[in-house]
Design a protein around this ligand. Structure first.
Ligand SMILES: [Fe+2]
Ligand SMILES: [Fe+2]
Length: 446
């Protein structure tokens, strides 16, 4: 990834370069003025992935660079790095290239956030390209579950050639055959995608309305659906819709289910599902106690909780072990350490690929293992840098862990013991202070 760094102060360019490279493997091209940058853009526009630009510079300023891009239809994402907010400058009323800004001198804490926003932007563009392809991959596992070809299915014989291999309605029990050939996906004509999704939507709805299934069973199956499809389906509009419906079903079931069911969730579900749902219940309760006026808070918390560990949904037990620990290299069980270390960012990245996500969800997910005093990971944020919604989520996650601990030790589950453990956890400062104050009002086991 090539970044054009424009600042008239060499020190600032060096700080930027160091910070950027500590987070991602990037190559920085430096320019000390707007006009120098414009000549570089003229010569190398196809090689530049991102521009980070100061505003006030002697020979051509940040506005000149931005205007040059706009006037010449050069589509390179632009980040303003100035001591002033972009809203101060008229030129940035047109935001088509500006997707992030650094408020100098605060650079370091926001580098990862900038990359996250960059990925989000790229994903959106990538989606637009994907939508233009004629065929979409469909996981063989999934077709096998349906038991019949939901539409004509194709096999890819070369990069450009697809051959029809199953007709719509054909019985499908070919998982093993394909597994032996190491084929994981067949393809469907893009025109048929709505058939697949109406099939999925119907079966999920049937499940939602099925009175013979307990709420826990339904929630488990919905969660499994999310977990199993999440990295396999192409992110088409229809997939976004189905995911939205599933998240809506879970939210609805959770609303009807009083918190006494918490323990059933913890008992009946695997850790990944159970703890995610319990976190959403607690974080919604905390937000209510704090009188937050954000109307979409329930959705945000539920969705964030369902997706927060999605990138490690296959190693949930390890996550349980590492939860609330500051991850240290010396930790003996190193099996999945790397994956666990980055999972808040990886899961947040996934959330950004889903369309129509309410804002803040990716931030909550990215920050869900941060702790006051910089004791968390991956970014070691301090309490002041952790947003209020993330703080709520972090405490809710901690409470949930306490619940699991007590259950494991076969101790009596009392709110007072959970409170005690939570207050001793050094959730100090900023938003955490207020959250701890209202915690005694939450008595879910009364
Ligand atoms: Fe996690
Ligand atoms: Fe978690």
């Amino acid at each position: 990834m090539n970044i054009l760094l424009i600042d008239d102060e060499e020190d600032i360019r060096q700080i930027f370069e160091f910070c950027l490279m500590s987070v991602k493997k990037v190559t920085c091209i430096e320019a000390s003025s707007g006009n120098e940058a414009i000549s570089i853009i003229k010569a190398k526009k196809d090689e530049i992935d991102l521009i980070i630009c100061d505003f006030n510079m002697g020979d051509g300023n940040g506005e000149d660079v931005y205007r040059y891009l706009l006037d010449n239809n050069i589509d390179i994402p632009y980040v303003l790095a100035s001591s002033h907010h972009p809203s101060k400058f008229k030129i940035f009323d047109n935001q088509c290239l500006l997707f992030f800004n650094f408020l100098k001198p605060e650079i370091t804490p926001h580098i990862e956030e900038m990359f996250l926003a960059y990925d989000k932007l790229k994903n959106k563009r990538h989606d637009a390209v994907e939508q233009n392809q004629d065929y979409l991959p469909l996981n063989i596992h999934f077709i096998n579950k349906i038991g019949a070809a939901p539409c004509d299915l194709f096999i890819k014989v070369s990069e450009t050639n697809m051959v029809k291999i199953h007709k719509e309605g054909d019985l499908f029990d070919e998982k093993e055959k394909y597994k032996q050939k190491k084929i994981t996906h067949l393809y469907i004509d893009k025109k048929d995608v709505s058939k697949i999704f109406s099939f999925i939507t119907n079966s999920l709805q049937e499940m939602f309305e099925n009175k013979n299934l307990s709420s826990e069973d339904k929630i488990n199956s919905f969660y499994q659906f999310l977990g199993s499809t999440v990295r396999q389906f192409p992110f088409t509009e229809d997939y976004q819709k189905v995911t939205g419906t599933v998240l809506g079903y879970i939210t609805e079931i959770m609303k009807k289910d009083p918190p006494e069911k918490l323990l059933n969730l913890a008992n009946g579900s695997n850790y990944n599902t159970g703890h995610s749902l319990i976190i959403s219940l607690f974080s919604i309760q905390i937000a209510k106690e704090l009188n937050l006026t954000d109307k979409s808070i329930e959705k945000k918390m539920t969705v964030a909780s369902l997706l927060h560990d999605i990138s490690i949904s296959d190693l949930c037990d390890d996550e349980r072990i590492y939860n609330n620990l500051v991850i240290e290299e010396k930790h003996t069980r190193e099996v999945n350490l790397a994956k666990i270390k980055t999972h808040p960012i990886d899961s947040a990245k996934f959330a950004t690929t889903l369309k129509d996500m309410p804002p803040d969800i990716d931030k909550i997910i990215a920050e869900h293992h941060e702790l006051p005093g910089g004791r968390g990971f991956p970014r070691k944020l301090t309490e002041k840098q952790i947003s209020q919604l993330s703080a709520i989520f972090i405490v809710a996650h901690h409470i949930t862990e306490c619940l699991y601990d007590l259950r494991e030790k076969k101790e009596e589950i009392k709110w007072s013991s959970i409170l005690e453990k939570t207050t001793s956890e050094k959730f100090f400062g900023s938003h955490f202070k207020r959250i701890l104050e209202i915690l005694p009002n939450l008595e879910p086991f009364a």
